[in-house]
Design a protein around this ligand. Structure first.
Ligand code: MEV
Length: 474
C-alpha cells in the first residue's frame, strides 16, 4: 500500500484576475487529504472516500495517470482520509486529485518532477469541471506560499516569515459557488471589457508589489494592498454583505487590512493584524457573525507518507538471540534496551563491487542516508531468511539468492538490533521501489571511502558496521 497526502489552500491576493493569466499569491494550509492505494486481485477500481462528496476527481485522476504514464489496467482499492472540509473553500478536489496521482505514480515506481504531477492534475480537474487558473492545484503540489501564474511554469516561492502570527481567517458560514462566480465575472468582462481588464491589471500590479512587501516584512504596506485588492473585488461584484461586515469589523478592531479570500460570494475573509491586536480582531469578526478558522499557512506540498507501519510487531531477543517477546516498531525505536532482529543483504557484482542503496526520504529513520543493498526488520512470525527475501523483493524489486554470513549487534544511539547479514552475487537489473529506496549503485571500496570522506555518502550505523563486518570497509 502507498499513501500520499496533499494540503488545502487559501488565496491571499489576486483571485479572479488569476483566471485570466495575472499572477496571484496562494498559501498551502496545514489541513491535508491523504490517499492510500493498494492493488487488488479483481479488475476494478474501488473507492472508499467517506469525506469526499465527489469521487469523480479520484476516478479521473486514475484514468489520466494511467494514460500519462502508460500504466496497465489492474484492480486498485483507494482509501482517503481528510482533514479538509469542502465547505470552507480550502480546495479539497484539487488536493485529492494531486494526492491520488502522487500515490499512483509511487505504486508503479514512476519517478516524476513535480511539474509533471501538476500537468496531469490540471488535465484531470479540467476533465471534471472548469479548472480555473489552477492555483489550487499548484498549491497542493508545491506547498508553501507561492506566486502563481496560469501557464507560467514552476511557481516562485515567497517567504512570509510571520504569516501565521499576523493573519486571521474568518469564515462567513456560507459556502460559495466558485464556478458561477467565475462565470459572472466572465459575463461582466464581456459586457465591459475595458473596465474589467483595467481591474485585472490593477490586481496584477498589487500582486507584484505586495510580493516585495511580504518578503521585507512591511506589514503596513501588505495591509494597504489587502484593502486595495478588496476594493477591486467589490467592483467585480463578488463581495457580499456578510464578507463586507467581517472585513469592516476586522478593520475597526485595528486590522492593518482585510479582504475576501477565494471566489467571493461567501467562504472566507482574511485580515492582517499586529500581534497585540489579534484577540480583539478575532472577537470583532465573531461578533459580526464570522467563525475563526485556525489554519496553519505555508504547509508542505504533496508528499508520500511514511510507509513504515509504527504498530508492526518486532521480535525482541537477548544478546544471544533468544526470543524474549514482541514489541511495536515505535517501542523498539525509542528504547535501546530492546534488542530486536533485523537483516542486511550485501549484493556484489562479478568485479567485487557492493550494491549500496540510498534510503528514500519517506523512511521514518535515517531518510537520505546510504546503507547495504537491502535491509529491514524481522517481524513477528517471520524467520531471518523469510525477512531477507521479503526485503529484497520490496526494496530492490528482485529476489537474489543469498547465503548467511554472520550476525552483528548494532546500537545506533536510538535502537539496538541483532542483524543477520547475507551475501550474494547478482548484477541486476534492479527495480528499486521509490517509496523505500532513492537509488542503488555498485561501488568499489576506494570510491566508497572517497565519497564518505567528501561527505557525498553518509552511511547509517547499521550500513557501516555491516560493511566492516564482511570486510568491505577497513
Ligand atoms: C477561487 O478560489 C479563485 C478564483 O481566482 C478561481 C481560480 O483562480 O481558479 C476565482
Amino acid at each position: 500500500m502507498i499513501t500520499a497526502s496533499a494540503p488545502g489552500k487559501i488565496m491571499l491576493f489576486g483571485e479572479h484576475a488569476a483566471v485570466y493569466g495575472f499572477p496571484c499569491i496562494v498559501s498551502a494550509v496545514g489541513e491535508r487529504i491523504s490517499v492510500s492505494i493498494e492493488k487488488t486481485r479483481d479488475n476494478i477500481v474501488s473507492i472508499d472516500a467517506p469525506q469526499c462528496n465527489n469521487t469523480r476527481f479520484i476516478e479521473e485522476a486514475i484514468h489520466q495517470g494511467r494514460i500519462a504514464w502508460n500504466i496497465h489496467h489492474e484492480g486498485l482499492h483507494i482509501q482517503t482520509k481528510s482533514m479538509l472540509s469542502s465547505e470552507y473553500g480550502f480546495g479539497s478536489s484539487s488536493s485529492v486529485t494531486v494526492a491520488t496521482l502522487m500515490a499512483l505514480s509511487g505504486m508503479y515506481n514512476i519517478k516524476l518532477p513535480l511539474k509533471h504531477i501538476f500537468y496531469v492534475a490540471y488535465r484531470t480537474v479540467q476533465a471534471v469541471r472548469e479548472a480555473g487558473s489552477g492555483f489550487d492545484i499548484a498549491s497542493a503540489v508545491y506547498g508553501g506560499t507561492i506566486l502563481y501564474k496560469k501557464g507560467g511554469g514552476v511557481p516562485e516561492t515567497i517567504l512570509w516569515k510571520n504569516a501565521n502570527a499576523e493573519c486571521i481567517i474568518g469564515y462567513t458560514g456560507i459556502k460559495s459557488d466558485t464556478p458561477s462566480l467565475i462565470r459572472s465575472v466572465a459575463e461582466k468582462r464581456k459586457k465591459y471589457p475595458e473596465r474589467v481588464e483595467r481591474i485585472f491589471s490593477a490586481i496584477g500590479n498589487i500582486v507584484e508589489q505586495v510580493k516585495g512587501a511580504i518578503t521585507h516584512g512591511d506589514r503596513e504596506t501588505i495591509g494597504k494592498f489587502m484593502n486595495f485588492n478588496q476594493e477591486y473585488l467589490r467592483d467585480l461584484g463578488v463581495s457580499t454583505q456578510k464578507l463586507e461586515a467581517l472585513i469592516e469589523a476586522a478593520k475597526k478592531a485595528g486590522a492593518l487590512g482585510a479582504k475576501l479570500s477565494g471566489a467571493g460570494g461567501g467562504d472566507c475573509m482574511i485580515a492582517l493584524v499586529l500581534r497585540g491586536k489579534r484577540k480583539e480582531t478575532e472577537e470583532a469578526i465573531m461578533t459580526a457573525g464570522g467563525q475563526i478558522m485556525r489554519v496553519h499557512l505555508h504547509a508542505p506540498g504533496v508528499r508520500y507518507e511514511t510507509t513504515d507501519d509504527q504498530q508492526e510487531l518486532f521480535i525482541v531477543v537477548d544478546s544471544n538471540d533468544n526470543v524474549l517477546g514482541y514489541k511495536t516498531r515505535i517501542e523498539c525505536h525509542h528504547d535501546k534496551t530492546l534488542i530486536h532482529r533485523s537483516v542486511g543483504a550485501l549484493v556484489y557484482d562479478k568485479k567485487g563491487r557492493v550494491l549500496l542503496q540510498k534510503r528514500s526520504m519517506t523512511k521514518d529513520k535515517h531518510p537520505g542516508k546510504w546503507t547495504v543493498s537491502a535491509s529491514g526488520h524481522v517481524v513477528k512470525g517471520e524467520s531471518y531468511d523469510e525477512a531477507l527475501h521479503r526485503e529484497m523483493k520490496e526494496e530492490l524489486g528482485v529476489d537474489v539468492p543469498a547465503m548467511f554470513c554472520k550476525k552483528i549487534i548494532v546500537n545506533d544511539g536510538l535502537e539496538t538490533e541483532i542483524s543477520s547479514l547475507y551475501t550474494g552475487i547478482f548484477e541486476g537489473p534492479f527495480h528499486p521501489n521509490p517509496i523505500e529506496v532513492d537509488c542503488v549503485v555498485f561501488m568499489n571500496r576506494i570510491d566508497l571511502l572517497q565519497n564518505m570522506s567528501s561527505g557525498k555518502i553518509v552511511l547509517t550505523r547499521h550500513g557501516k558496521e555491516a560493511l566492516i563486518a564482511v570486510g568491505f570497509l577497513p
